[in-house]
Ligand binder design. Structure first.
Ligand SMILES: CC(C)(COP(=O)(O)OP(=O)(O)OC[C@H]1O[C@@H](n2cnc3c(N)ncnc32)[C@H](O)[C@@H]1OP(=O)(O)O)[C@@H](O)C(=O)NCCC(=O)NCCS
Length: 177
């Protein structure tokens, strides 16, 4: 089942983020950088702030009492010049996070979550959805390509105290773009 997360989900989301963030990191990422990233952006307090922000939606994949995946969407223009250049002025929702527990990889759950995320952006009348993905994350890149995204640029991403290289991908939404 997919549903919109609510304030009471902050702790479960932080647990899920801690269990899944490592899967998106390039091999060789330092444990300290990962620890810092979790503390700075994926803590219970961070999720409580995201859940209170009217420009953000978190969609969760839930089975029983357990959260098995989530996406975080931001309906706010990016301030990153590389992203603005890549999007060429289009109104685009950011798919800021997309994580599914490894038990569910390769089973279609991620596609269901992605479709619900694209539907949310379409309801907000965005022209497209964009995201940043680590250039070494081949599995996620393949998944995004299957979902309708193409590469439109590159940008940097701060992981703890290190700087990583991301691809910028964009998916046009029906009737827009
Ligand atoms: C990204 C994610 C949500 C995709 O969900 P998923 O269930 O794994 O996706 P799917 O199995 O539908 O698609 C993955 C595709 O990558 C392919 N793939 C798997 N490992 C791969 C690899 N090492 N290199 C290239 N392709 C790979 C799969 O074969 C599949 O393609 P196919 O359907 O054409 O065979 C999930 O893998 C995930 O949560 N990963 C960890 C977190 C992450 O990286 N998030 C993205 C952050 S930007």
């Amino acid at each position: 089942m997919i549903r919109k997360a609510v304030a009471g989900d902050a702790a479960a989301l932080a647990d899920l983020a801690a269990a899944t963030f490592l899967l998106a990191c390039p091999p060789g990422s330092s444990p300290e950088d990962i620890r810092l990233h979790l503390k700075r952006t994926l803590s219970v307090d961070n999720f409580a702030e995201y859940l209170a922000d009217s420009k953000i939606a978190i969609l969760v994949l839930e089975q029983g009492a357990r959260l098995d995946g989530y996406t975080l969407l931001v309906d706010r223009q990016s301030t990153d010049p590389d992203v603005l250049r890549a999007l060429g002025g289009q109104r685009s929702v950011e798919l800021s996070k997309c994580y599914v527990h490894s038990d569910h990889h390769g089973r279609g759950a991620a596609s269901t979550l992605m479709q619900a995320s694209l539907d949310w952006a379409a309801e907000r009348e965005a022209a497209s959805v964009w995201l940043g993905v680590n250039s070494q994350n081949a599995r996620a890149i393949r998944f995004y390509e299957k979902s309708g995204f193409t590469k439109v640029g590159t940008k940097s991403f701060t992981l703890g105290d290190s700087v990583e290289s991301d691809f910028i991908l964009e998916c046009p939404l029906p009737g827009k773009g």
